[in-house]
Design a protein. Sequence first.
Length: 386
Amino acid sequence: MVHRALRWGVPQNVVYTAQSGHHARKKFRNDQLPIVESSRVQSAVERIYLASGMEAIVFKNGSRIEPLPSTASAMHGKTLDLVVIDEARFDKTSDREAGALPAMATRPDAQLFIISTAGDVESTFFRQKVEQGRAAVEEGKTTDIAFFEWSAPDDADLDDPATWWEMHPALGYLITEETIRHAQTTLSRDQFAQEYGNRWSAASETLIDPKAWQKIQDRKAAPDGELSFCLDVALDRSRASIAVADKAGRVEVIDSREGVAWVGQRCQQLSRRYRRPIVVDGYGPAATLLEPLEALGVQLHKYVLKDVVASVSLFYDAVHAGTLKVRPNEGLDSAAAGVRKKIIGGAWLWARTDVELDITPLFAATIAWHHATQKKPEPTKRSFAY
């Protein structure tokens, strides 16, 4: 990026992107900027901007390097000479590339760098680029595309240091054999093969341990006594689910259907029959149904963000500790097998970003369990029968 900025003859606009804007800015501040400041290139720098969202290195010749968010619109309206797409394995779509190409269309000799370690089954964008690059090499193509790959062959012994020297270009320059040996002892074999051997993972690592999830399955785990209900709605409103839990930590998804038209009548039925509130994430997609449900006379309890964060963390802990029981449900099992994290400050939630995965049964079960087992009890003597 510095070479492009200083040695191209005319001012150049260079941008760097990573898996998110936060990661790009962090890389810029902690890694890239110190390299420039500690080198002879520093004398060519006109000004450095560090305000959040405005970070940039501006050179005396008019060139600039800046980090950008990974959103589809981040590069729209810009004129760019070099775009770096780093950590491309995290991209499920071609949004970053689609934003870059029009921004480079009017610039002579514009370049797009796409860089990453191998990904997994979800790394569809980068996998396509790797296959495209390998095909270009096989065809002997020497224009329009350049492809460089360092990876361990499938039949190579990853325990052999000789393999490390063949597969890792930084070895001997930026890292040592001891660095790789330490990683080998601390990472799983699949993680080590992916991160250091640049081998593609056959599957994405699950968040909830499948063995732990299997152990808490119990067909007799029908909630009874003092009950808590929770309603959750998909981000695109394609589905909704209702779960119930009791003080003993037994959880069941009792309804999960397409759309949200059925929700009002079902919640009204449950509220009247059991005289218990329906818990709703007040900041989730189901929040839009609060007023319509109240108009139907449904008793509601709204969870704020800190409640939802606590629900997810404690439910996750309880699953892996085996201290709750879940009545088997296909939709709930699918959600538990495929759910990922969404980082919220220093905490995290179940991520709703994958529209192909319905996690409403998991969110409903999580919050219902939390309300039943962690919140102050409310008086009720009624048993639950479906």
